[in-house]
Design a protein around this ligand. Structure first.
Ligand SMILES: *Cc1c(COP(=O)(O)O)cnc(C)c1O
Length: 463
């Protein structure tokens, strides 16, 4: 049941049938390697360390709440994706998952490309020195000013999202005396989420141009006639937090069919296809994500097979993982404040952050794990709901989890797998100060995005 179905009803707390949540068989002190970043471990005293630094020291130096990003893990995930796809494919990191200048430099050094979808993301990418030709520009409503900046900067591709944009980008490129490399984003009638995918005849969403009714074919026809555009390929992105490759299979098949139709009609074979991002990660021990090499093999096999069947040369493939690279590399560290046991229900554990630093639980009913990290504990498990300090009962960070029953105010708890779509979606609700992102590597920690200050709040509020 979705919480949004009963925003303030009497069953607000989603009371579960008795016995529904039984204490986990596993030791609460254990840190599942699937959900924690690679250098996370507990030291001899039972405290969590990342990059060799204990959380108590991090909390003292940087405060809480804060995101701690494991740089070695981030870089190794970049390399795993680049190696898995090899020199004949391109990996674009989806910047909207989390973007900062330090991250752009790591991507640049590790040989990845970068997706941006706003002027702000483009500015950050260019400011950090990402070569423009390695940037792809996305979005369903790019402004004229944004398109002009992207074309002027010389981005490697703009992904066209509508008929109007086809004309608009061509016009701008011509006015600037250039020809812009573009892809056309199509909606293939597949929407994928987590463990399932749904194939629908017609798309009812704002992105892309439908394959249905010959719309994508018409978009290709128009793009090929315009002098400002160099059409290099077709793009498809089917959803996010996907574990099942079946949705990608349908998507790849339909995109290759379109390539075959384009060859038949225009006598050209477009050289590239982009299959988007959306690969799932483990938020809890229940999730079983695939490794990049499995994903690369599965996608490569599908495209090769479909192209052989259609008599096409295999195009260059791009993928756009965001969450799958940065998601697992960070955790959010909180200090426990109020603890409120509700007899027969659960214990509410309030932390010093909340929906302002992680909106995903409220927005998507997302699931997270949580652990006591400033110490280990042998106390019996208790069922908890980790909530924030905001004026909203939907302000939930972790809906249902177990923590040791000797949990006390002042303890540090951490929520893993918060690298993607947490800081990037953070808000100032209740005039919260958005937390810093601290990169940790080889015994050193440095702020890459600083904490907001009350001065920042007053600077924006011009009085
Ligand atoms: C959001 C997005 C991605 C990245 O999605 P993840 O779930 O983070 O992998 C890739 N491509 C496009 C076009 C997107 O909109």
């Amino acid at each position: 049941m979705s919480r949004s179905a009963h925003p303030a009803g009497p069953r607000h707390a989603d009371v579960l049938p008795e016995g529904h949540y039984t204490a986990p068989a596993t030791d609460l002190n254990e840190l599942d390697a699937k959900v924690w970043s690679r250098t996370v471990t507990r030291d001899a005293d039972g405290a969590l360390t990342v990059g060799g630094i204990e959380v108590a020291r991090l909390a003292e130096e940087f405060g809480t709440p804060a995101y701690f990003l494991d740089e070695a893990d981030f870089r190794s995930r970049c390399r795993a994706w680049a190696d898995a796809f090899g020199p004949d494919a391109d990996v674009f990191y989806a910047g909207k998952a989390f973007l900062s200048r330090a991250v752009v430099r790591w991507l640049e050094e590790e040989g990845l490309n970068l997706d941006v979808c706003s002027g702000g993301e483009l500015t950050t990418a260019l400011a950090a020195g990402m070569p423009a030709e390695r940037i792809a520009f996305h979005g369903n409503n790019k402004t004229v000013a944004e398109i002009e900046r992207a074309v002027e900067a010389g981005v490697g591709r703009i992904v066209l999202d509508s008929f109007q944009e086809i004309a608009r980008v061509s016009h701008i490129a011509q006015a600037l005396g250039t020809r812009q490399r573009v892809q056309i984003r199509v909606t293939v009638g597949v929407e994928a989420h987590t463990h399932e995918f749904i194939a629908t005849a017609h798309e009812d969403q704002k992105f892309g141009i439908a394959l249905a009714d010959g719309q994508a074919a018409e978009a290709v026809r128009r793009a090929l006639t315009l002098d400002g555009l160099e059409l290099i390929g077709i793009h498809s992105h089917i959803g996010s937090q996907i574990f099942d490759m079946a949705g990608f299979e349908v998507s790849a098949r339909r995109v290759v069919q379109l390539l075959a139709e384009i060859r038949d009609e225009h006598g050209i074979e477009l050289p590239e296809i982009d299959l988007g991002g959306g690969l799932g990660i483990a938020y809890t021990s229940e999730d079983d994500p695939r490794e990049p090499h499995e994903i690369a093999k599965a996608l490569g096999d599908i495209v090769t097979r479909e192209c052989e069947a259609a008599g096409l040369a295999t195009p260059r493939i791009s993928v756009e993982p965001g969450r799958a690279i940065v998601g697992p590399t960070a955790f959010t560290l909180y200090e426990v404040g109020t603890i409120k046991p509700l007899e027969g229900l659960r214990t509410y554990v309030s932390v010093d952050g909340g929906m302002s630093d992680n909106i995903r639980t409220a927005l998507y009913d997302a699931e997270y794990s949580v652990a006591l990290v400033s110490r280990s504990s042998d106390a019996a498990p208790m069922l908890v709901r980790v909530v924030g300090k905001h004026c909203e009962s939907g302000d939930i960070v972790v809906k249902d989890a177990f923590l040791p029953s000797d949990l006390a105010p002042g303890d540090l708890i951490a929520v893993p797998a918060t690298g993607a779509y947490c800081r990037s979606m953070a808000s100032n609700y209740n005039h919260a100060l958005r937390p810093p992102v601290v990169a940790v590597r080889d015994g050193e920690a440095r702020v890459i995005v600083r904490r907001e200050t009350e001065e920042d709040l007053l600077r924006l509020d011009v009085g």
